[in-house]
Design a binder for this molecule. Structure first.
Ligand SMILES: Nc1nc2c(ncn2[C@@H]2O[C@H](COP(=O)(O)OP(=O)(O)OP(=O)(O)O)[C@@H](O)[C@H]2O)c(=O)[nH]1
Ligand SMILES: [Mg+2]
Length: 217
């Protein structure tokens, strides 16, 4: 099975962990507990192909960001998250993107999704959707506004990223045994039915903090 190493980046408190946990476990974590570094694994089926995602949920808090170069080097796709309620978190992403480009040193072909999270907090909006759109254009990447709380566009982040990686690497697809039942469920949106009840659900909450993640990467 093909493995994908994805990295979730952004300032402290923007909802990186909430998005990751919502995607992997189907629950919303309302409590804020700043992350040092957590890894999750989840098996999903995308476009008929089984994939193992290894998702690194990173620290937004400055004092924990020393590992950034290492995981940027190893990551294949990146989720750049800001909160629509904080202009500062939006501004911070330019430096993070620059750091990825520096570490990867391969021009603009890095699979990326720009995410404006907390879109359920419309009353507290500080960053316009048009700002997100134009930053994504300048990054040359996809843009999604999301809510980890209301489960808006959460699966779409990770599925889009995998498809970008697939397009970039164009590895031959694993062939899948197709039954007549599969044909009956072949609508494009079927991909997005990964919640708590998915048969492919497999999460492994991070056992450890930095050391375990280093081994994984
Ligand atoms: N209303 C709302 N709150 C959210 C959303 N996503 C996250 N939060 C809340 O925002 C706070 C911070 O979320 P985290 O996911 O811990 O933020 P983080 O980016 O992982 O923060 P660090 O680990 O410190 O980098 C928590 O209280 C979450 O419940 C969302 O979509 N909507
Ligand atoms: Mg976190």
């Amino acid at each position: 099975m093909r493995e994908y190493k994805l990295v979730v980046l952004g300032s402290g408190g923007v909802g990186k962990s909430a998005l990751t946990v919502q995607f992997v476990q189907g629950i919303f974590v309302g409590k804020y507990d700043p992350t040092i570094e957590d890894c999750y694994r989840k098996e999903v089926e995308i476009d008929g192909v089984h994939c193992m995602l290894e998702i690194l949920d990173t620290a937004g808090t400055e004092q924990f960001t020393a590992m950034r170069d290492l995981y940027m080097k190893n990551g294949q796709g990146f989720v750049l998250v800001y909160s629509i309620t904080s202009q500062a978190t939006f501004n911070d992403l330019v430096d993070i993107k620059d750091q990825i480009m520096r570490v990867k040193d391969i021009g603009s072909e890095i699979p990326l999704v720009l995410v404006g999270n907390k879109c359920d907090l419309e009353d507290e909006r500080a960053v316009g959707k048009n700002q997100g759109d134009s930053l994504a254009r300048s990054f040359g990447c996809t843009f999604l506004e999301t809510s980890a709380k209301l489960e808006i566009n959460v699966n779409e982040i990770f599925f889009d990223l995998i498809r970008q990686i697939n397009r970039k690497t164009k590895q031959p697809k694993q062939t899948k045994q197709v039954s007549s039942q599969d044909y009956n469920h072949a609508e494009p949106q079927a991909d997005y039915n990964y919640g708590q009840s998915s048969a492919y659900y497999d999460d492994r909450p991070t056992t450890g903090r930095i050391k375990d993640c280093c081994v994984l990467l």
